[in-house]
Design a protein around this ligand. Structure first.
Ligand SMILES: [Zn+2]
Ligand SMILES: [Zn+2]
Length: 191
């Protein structure tokens, strides 16, 4: 879609839209979430001078997450983006240097205009407090959650597969990967 707006939001929504492939509702929203989150934790140059200071937890695997990725430079593969898929339009932005962290969650009762799926004027103009509930939070980050080489590497006593980064579970004297411990996995071997 054509972006007819000017200013910081317009520039950022364009950038996020290019990364995602289109400017959709989630991109319009995720751009505002990112702007709010970064401002609150005092990060102004996430992909430049501040790039080593930032980590984000996202709570959904939808379009808004792409906006956050595009605009923060955080990536799961860099270990600077953690996906906790709770199906919620929410994200937590962490300033690793100052420790300041905020969780930005989209309000369920925000008044989106009808008949405009992208909500471009809305997302450009709505007040932050109308769109989001923002709280200062504490996030417990373990050394094995940080970027860098894996600190731990363990072979699961049940399936024999390697588990990195302390994600194994110690149970009755065994080290087990999560699926073996929970006896539950997202996939089932059929051949
Ligand atoms: Zn989308
Ligand atoms: Zn296992």
């Amino acid at each position: 879609m054509e972006n007819n707006y000017f200013g910081e939001y317009a520039t950022l929504v364009d950038e996020a839209g290019k990364f995602h492939g289109e400017i959709c509702h989630g991109i319009a929203l995720g751009t505002r979430m990112t702007m709010s989150g970064l401002r609150r934790i005092g990060i102004s140059d996430p992909k430049g001078a501040d790039r080593k200071k930032l980590m984000v937890f996202v709570e959904i695997d939808r379009c808004a997450t792409d906006a956050i990725m595009a605009l923060t430079g955080c990536r799961p593969g860099k270990r600077t983006m953690k996906i906790r898929d709770y199906g919620k339009m929410a994200a937590t932005f962490i300033n690793l240097e100052s420790g300041k962290s905020v969780r930005v969650v989209t309000r369920s009762n925000r008044k989106m205009p009808e008949g405009d799926p992208v909500g471009m004027p809305y997302h450009n103009e709505a007040l932050e407090e109308e769109m989001f509930s923002i709280s200062e939070v504490e996030v417990q980050l373990l050394p094995e959650d940080m970027p860098g080489k894996p600190l731990r590497k363990v072979v699961c006593d049940s399936c024999g597969e390697t588990v990195l980064d302390g994600r194994e579970i110690e149970h009755q004297g065994e080290s087990l990967c999560k699926p073996c411990f929970e006896k539950n996995d997202y996939c089932r071997v059929v051949a």
